[in-house]
Design a protein around this ligand. Structure first.
Ligand code: FDA
Length: 580
């Protein structure tokens, strides 16, 4: 008999989704084991953009202070530009990632965290290390082979150490499939994947001091559109990894034909051409391909197996939604697993994963792929052969009607990328409207989402199923600000009430003494927190003595217009309905 290990949760994968799950479960005191078939964390930079929702999760997990100082700042990713070469003529640029002067306020309003930029290769070791500190047993070079349900409902997973070749069994109550785009867990469950695999991307990882070109025009990336590019890489981008000495150079082909096998010399020559300055020393750190997909798994859960991350949503890096969504997925399942394993909720709350997260996954996969088309159209317009590109280039400079038309066309195509670089809504509006954990009272009406562009703009609302809005409050008697998002989370349900709502607070105290994890805060003059800017009053959507109830993952699950006749009974019934 091979040896066996018993653990409450086995996580397959130690990438952004698996490692965040291990970290959060560690915070909630749940022992986990996470395995990764690779011998270490990501060895290439991969996803970079770190959006506010993802940072809010890490703030809740207590590691924002570790991540923020080493991330590139919001100012450093202020633009995206289109250039002839890095050292050459500029076609134009856009403000990106919350730096558009007429949008900055929206990003500031939406979160206590800022947009920043951090390559996965830097993020993953932090997640893994912190999860380990909290007791997670993370094993690299360890491969998932298969799993089955034992008669007692537990899961028996066969794993293999890829170094010693030893095979052993891990027995867990829950299995998390966070094993990336080629998920063996998802395939073993026979879950259909909707959508298709698209083409490969060819990325070159370089070290070079490009501060001369990036510092005066800080940018997360620049696109290079040069007529004399080789046809195998007719277009490409230079993506900052670390400001300003590490970059990923992506080589694209307007025809979508990526079967090219360039030699190191060709690659270096093309990188040099894109930079356009022979005085720059370039160190080639490696090149690799990865597959761009347009895929979502039809269901994300089967019995006690929960699948998250790239295992269930796969898409291009447009809008920078990849690892961010993985981190939010992990936040969604971690508290539910903890509650169930501690006997504080019925296992059926885990069935909310698909209804809550799949619509988010569908949305980001659609957006990222729609955004990819904008680039493809731009490349096609600029020409796929050297002759075509030379002709377009000449036209763009011509003092003719044709030239003016071409310039207008190029401008409108570049401006279309605004949906990629300034879409606060797709990052922040994750709405759980079809969940049994969303309780809507008869009197309540959802905010009007028809009249606004929900992809671009955040909808600030405490309607059940919406993410709790971030509002700055002030602790009674102090002057320092604290976010509503700092009062919620950490594994607790949190209820907010106001003047006249003391009975809700007493009710929560009583419930807590009965082991129901609900805290309550009063917001108003003389209460726990002062609504100093009156922003809470603008969003709370209930009367002063009403109540807004927030789940441990920062989503509103119920709100009550005013003080009920028997607040203890009401809150108890709601908590029971949610958790049992
Ligand atoms: P992820 O793929 O990161 O991790 C999967 C984990 O599962 C790994 O730990 C792996 O070892 C493990 N695993 C897989 N099979 C296993 C098995 N059978 N047994 C045990 N463990 C197993 N995104 C982006 O936005 N911009 C970009 O430029 C790039 N570039 C990029 C390059 C490359 C090479 C890759 C692979 C991916 C990208 N991505 C990207 C995508 C981005 O990296 C992706 O969205 C996240 O890493 C997904 O995180 P997950 O944790 O879900 O899976």
């Amino acid at each position: 008999e091979p040896p066996e290990i018993i653990v409450p949760v086995l996580i397959v994968g130690a990438g952004p989704s698996g490692a965040t799950t291990a970290l959060l479960l560690g915070r909630y005191g749940i022992p986990t084991m996470a395995i990764s078939r690779h011998h270490g964390t990501a060895n290439t930079p991969r996803a970079h953009i770190f959006n506010q929702r993802a940072m809010e999760v890490l703030r809740d997990a207590g590691i924002e202070h570790l991540v923020k100082p080493i991330a590139s700042t919001n100012e450093e990713i202020a633009h995206v530009a289109w250039l002839h070469s890095l050292n050459g003529e500029e076609y134009g640029r856009v403000y990106a990632w919350g730096n558009k002067p007429d949008r900055i306020g929206e990003y500031l309003t939406s979160s206590p965290c800022e947009m920043s930029d951090l390559p996965q290769s830097v993020l993953e070791p932090i997640l893994v290390e912190e999860a380990r500190v909290l007791g997670a047993d993370i094993r690299f070079s360890t491969e998932y082979l298969s799993h089955e349900r034992s008669p007692d409902g537990r899961i028996v997973t066969r794993v293999r150490n890829r170094v010693s070749l030893e095979t052993y069994r891990v027995i867990s109550q829950y299995l998390v499939g966070a094993d990336g785009a080629r998920s063996a867990v998802v395939s073993s469950l026979g879950i259909p994947i909707d959508g298709e695999q698209l083409d490969d991307a060819f990325n070159v990882y370089i070290r070079a001091d490009l501060s001369k070109y990036f510092a005066p025009r800080p940018a997360s990336m620049v696109w290079i559109l040069n007529p004399d590019a080789p046809d195998w890489s007719s277009h490409g981008s230079i993506r900052m990894v670390r400001a300003w000495n590490e970059f990923i150079v992506s080589m694209h082909n307007a025809k979508g034909n990526l079967n090219f096998e360039p030699k190191d010399d060709d690659v270096l020559k093309r990188v040099r051409q894109m930079i356009g300055d022979d005085r720059i020393d370039i160190e080639l750190l490696g090149h690799f391909r990865w597959t761009i997909n347009d895929q979502v798994a039809r269901t994300w859960q089967k019995d006690n197996v929960l699948c998250i991350g790239d295992a269930v949503h796969r898409h291009p890096p447009i809008n920078g939604l990849g690892s961010n969504t993985c981190i939010s997925d992990a936040f969604n399942i971690a508290w539910k697993l903890a509650y169930v394993l501690r006997g504080q909720a019925d296992p059926s709350i885990l069935d909310t994963l698909t209804p809550e997260r799949k619509p988010v996954g569908d949305g980001i996969v659609r957006r990222a792929n729609d955004g990819m088309l904008v680039h493809r159209r731009l490349w096609a317009f600029m020409g796929s052969t050297q002759e075509e590109r030379a002709a377009v280039s000449a036209k763009l400079e011509a003092p003719t009607d044709d030239g003016a038309r071409a310039r207008r066309k190029l401008r409108s195509m570049i401006e279309e990328t605004d949906d990629e670089f300034n879409s606060l809504g797709i990052q922040m509006n994750q709405i759980y409207s079809k969940s049994r954990l969303t309780l809507v009272e008869d009197w309540d009406v959802p905010p009007d989402c028809q009249s606004i562009n929900v992809m671009k703009r955040q909808v600030l609302s405490t309607f059940p199923g919406f993410h709790l809005p971030h509002v700055w409050l002030v602790k009674d008697g102090q002057s320092e600000r604290i976010s509503t998002l700092d009062l919620v989370g950490h594994g607790h349900f949190v209820a907010f009430t106001g003047i006249g709502g003391q009975a809700w607070i007493d009710a929560a105290d009583k419930l807590r003494s009965e082991e129901v994890l609900v805290k309550a805060f009063g917001i108003g003059r003389g209460l726990d927190y002062l609504d100093a800017y009156w922003d809470w009053e603008n969003v709370r959507g209930v009367e002063e003595n009403g109540l807004v109830l927030v789940r441990p993952d920062h989503f509103v699950c119920w709100r009550c217009k005013k003080l009920s006749k028997n607040p203890y009974q009401t809150l108890r019934d709601v908590m029971h309905k949610l958790l049992w």
